[in-house]
Design a protein around this ligand. Structure first.
Ligand code: GLU
Length: 520
């Protein structure tokens, strides 16, 4: 039984571009909320001002717009539980910090960074907890009036959570089951800092989840170690009855499955780890994005949906609506999901092929324009139709070898299709195909072929066939490869009649004349 009403949240910290793992987290929250007729909240966790990166929030919003993941409440949308940006909720948190101080769940600590460092040097594996807190300078060890004096004189302090040792803490996780941790391993986490009068992530996160009536916390595995502390915080506030259910999603692993996926893997193997291209405001460095790399948002969604969840069948292609219907947290794996970026290519190809050539044409027209070619969308569509089943070469990032794969992106088309729009000027004397197929007699044969083509009035595939096929039959010539050299300049391209019909009579004959003159 799912606790209702379902209210989930995606709560990124605006510390840079959204990682693809974060996109998957948001997607799973979205699918879960939609399936249960619930709400999805977009909250910005920006209490750590030192890590704030300008533009990150806008980037995150734009990413979800592109992907078609819609929020119901939150930053930029509004709702009854706002403000949804944590830096605008200072006063709210102060009240809850005081509550913990008053009920004895937290205390003030005055230890300076130097004092803490000295202690760390003295005690191996020092941890601020029940075993050490009585040796430190805090409101548990200092006389009451000294604490008061320190606070009123403006001394800086932090508020720490007082964790009772030796307790079993249960995190009830919808994916992992009952995760039990002994509280003795936890440290007295800082919940609040007087210096900026802001809570830390842990406190703000719990207070907001409570106030925003979050029913399910679905987030990445990297937050699992914080979960016992969060459970204890709910208890310290007396909110255990409305504590959200947890679901910690499996880690995204490197393509070879060895370790956590990182940006470096993407750079090395040639795939983006961010939804959109990111321009780092500090260094100016540009990181590639799925959108700019030519992925379709539906393909990215489908690809990510299956990284950590499976439908229990062999089906691989799902619309967002189907995902909403089928998604199931109990079918999410505990173990990491290997980030098979080549599967991402496959998905993109599947979604490209679902579109008509006319639907794909505008993007191809843009690509052509970027390469200095102006083309009508209808011409672009024709080329897509002739070429989309071809393969393209790519450099394998692991081995450095040149390999082949199916066309998976519109951008794959350019190096394969330039000759449709630009007549070959030079012919590479070293090219194997040309050496093999252009013999001494070839120029003469091509001249004869040109004469035959000259006679064709209706320069369509059928029109040409009607004249050329009988001529080929009669002469016994095999003109195709040489004709290809004339029109393409190399051993590539579609069926020759198709290509000639696309080029038209004038262009076809002019290319042939040029090749005959040049190659002789
Ligand atoms: N602000 C955290 C993040 O950046 C949120 C973690 C959570 O969902 O609790 O991912």
């Amino acid at each position: 039984m799912v606790q209702t009403p379902v209210r989930v949240r995606f709560a990124p910290s605006p510390t840079g571009p959204l990682h693809i793992g974060g996109v998957r987290t948001a997607l799973y929250n979205y699918l879960f909320a939609r399936q249960h007729g619930g709400k999805m909240i977009f909250r910005i966790e920006d209490t750590d001002s030192t890590r704030f990166v300008p533009g990150a929030e806008e980037y995150i919003i734009e990413s979800f717009k592109w992907l078609g993941i819609k929020f119901d409440e939150g930053v930029g949308i509004g709702g009854d539980f706002g403000p949804y940006r944590q830096s605008e909720r200072r006063d709210i948190y102060k009240k809850y910090v005081d509550q913990l101080l008053q009920n004895g769940s937290a205390y003030l600590a005055f230890d300076t960074p130097d004092e803490l460092n000295a202690k760390r040097a003295e005690v191996p594996n020092f941890q601020y907890d029940a075993s050490t807190r009585m040796e430190m300078r805090n409101s548990l060890t200092l006389p009451k009036d000294e604490v008061q004096d320190l606070v009123s004189s403006g001394a800086q302090y932090v508020v720490r959570f007082k964790i009772e040792p030796g307790r079993e803490v249960h995190v009830r996780d919808l994916i992992r089951g009952d995760v039990v941790v002994n509280s003795s391993v936890l440290d007295d986490k800082v919940l609040y800092k007087s210096v900026d009068q802001l809570p830390t992530y842990h406190l703000a996160n719990i207070v907001d989840d409570h106030l925003m009536q979050v029913s399910h916390v679905i987030r990445g595995e990297e937050w699992l170690p914080s979960a016992p502390l969060h459970v204890l915080l709910y208890e310290a506030f007396g909110w255990q009855d409305t504590m959200p259910a947890f679901a910690h999603l499996p880690l995204l692993l490197k393509p070879d499955g060895k370790g956590k996926l990182s940006k470096r893997d993407g750079d090395k193997l040639g795939f983006p780890v961010f939804p959109l291209e990111w321009h780092d405001p500090q260094s100016g460095a540009i990181s590639s994005g799925y959108r700019e790399s030519g992925y379709l948002p539906e393909a990215v969604i489908n690809f990510l949906a299956l990284l950590g969840w499976n439908p229990g069948s062999d089906q691989e292609l799902f619309t967002m609506q189907q995902l909403v219907e089928l998604f199931d947290l109990s079918r999410c794996s505990k173990s990491g999901a290997r980030f098979d970026f080549m599967k991402g290519w496959w998905f993109n190809r599947e979604y490209l092929l679902q579109k008509t050539d006319e639907q794909l044409a505008p993007d191809f027209v843009e690509l052509l324009k970027a390469n200095g070619v102006t083309a009508e969308p209808s011409r672009a569509a024709q080329v897509i139709g002739m070429m989309k089943q071809k393969v393209v070469e790519y450099t394998d990032g692991q081995s450095g070898q040149t390999k082949k794969r199916n066309i998976s992106f519109i951008s794959d088309l350019w190096p394969l299709c330039d000759f449709f729009f630009i007549a070959p000027q030079e012919f590479d004397a070293e090219d194997k195909f040309i050496r093999k197929n252009w013999k001494e007699t070839t120029a003469t044969e091509m001249t004869q072929l040109a004469e035959q083509l000259e006679k064709v009035e209706n320069f369509s595939i059928e029109g040409m066939k009607a004249v050329i096929d009988p001529w080929v039959e009669q002469t016994g010539l095999r003109p195709w490869n040489a004709w290809r050299i004339c029109l393409v300049g190399k051993g590539q391209g579609p069926d020759m009649y198709e290509l000639a019909a696309f080029l038209g009579k004038e262009e076809t004959l002019s290319r042939m004349r040029h090749a005959i003159d040049t190659l002789k």
